[in-house]
Design a protein around this ligand. Structure first.
Ligand code: 13P
Length: 250
């Protein structure tokens, strides 16, 4: 039985003081959640958020990092920096990093490797554009992304991995994939993992849905057999996140 994982992706929101205030709002709302709860926060908020959630079961994630440990990489942050600060999860390959910042699957694969080598758990994102959804090639696209991004990753590592299926057309648009659409692709991803590795690995990998997930639709999405959690943007910045975090409770 896979434990559900509900992660907020705060994106580029919350100054440090706002971040601490949001933690104080959310802490009592998520304390009874049976899922793993993660706050993925902007780099500058990591230190105050780790302090703010100390003593709770909430884990802290980062939204981005670079593959080198240190050096002349202006503006970047490294895995050792994140680990020392108390970060446990790292979002890799979010469509906003792919589309706005030009990250490709070669770099994303290097980041997955670096995360595992550093003791960080990757939340690896994949998902198709509206064009690919409409022309019917989205399954091939997802399969290619997964194959590229997991090149050289072992079965034991994949068992620890979190994959987030985030159809780009559903991110920040208010348009959610139906639970059937989300289930179809999450199941497809599990089948791809079974083919690349084995069924045991496929049964263990946790697969989230992300894209306009909120207090109203979370329970239905999380009830689907291959949806093991959510990666939540907009709704992670408000008390609604408490409802989402508890939506998978028995
Ligand atoms: P929204 O929940 O705002 O659609 O964002 C989803 C997302 O991109 C999470 O990573």
């Amino acid at each position: 039985m896979r434990k559900k994982i509900i992660a907020g992706n705060w994106k580029m929101n919350m100054t440090p003081s706002q971040a601490v205030a949001l933690c104080e709002t959310l802490k009592p709302l998520v304390k009874d959640a049976q899922a793993d709860v993660v706050f993925c926060v902007p780099a500058i908020d990591i230190v105050p958020v780790v302090a703010a959630v100390e003593g709770t079961d909430i884990a802290v994630g980062a939204e981005n990092f670079y593959i080198e440990d240190k050096g002349a990489f202006t503006g970047e942050i490294s895995a050792p920096m994140l680990v020392e600060a108390g970060v446990k999860y790292i979002i890799i390959g979010h469509s906003e990093r792919r589309d706005i910042f030009g990250e490709n699957d070669i770099l994303i694969n290097q980041k997955v490797k670096k995360a595992f080598a550093s003791g960080l758990t990757p939340i690896l994102c994949c998902g198709e554009s509206l064009t690919l959804r409409k022309n019917g090639t989205y399954k091939e696209w997802i399969a290619r992304q997964i194959a590229w991004d997991l090149t050289g990753i072992t079965a034991d590592q994949v068992k620890e991995l979190v994959i987030a299926y985030e159809p780009i057309w559903a991110i920040g648009t208010g348009e959610t994939a139906t639970s059937e659409q989300a289930q179809e692709v999450c199941k497809l991803i599990r089948d791809i993992i079974a083919e690349m590795y084995d069924t045991d690995t496929a049964e263990k990998v946790r697969i989230q849905y992300g894209g306009s997930m909120n207090a109203a639709n979370a329970a239905e999405l999380l009830a689907m057999p291959d949806i093991d959690g959510g990666l939540i943007g907009g709704a992670s910045l408000k008390p609604d996140f408490g409802v989402v975090a508890n939506a998978a409770n028995a």
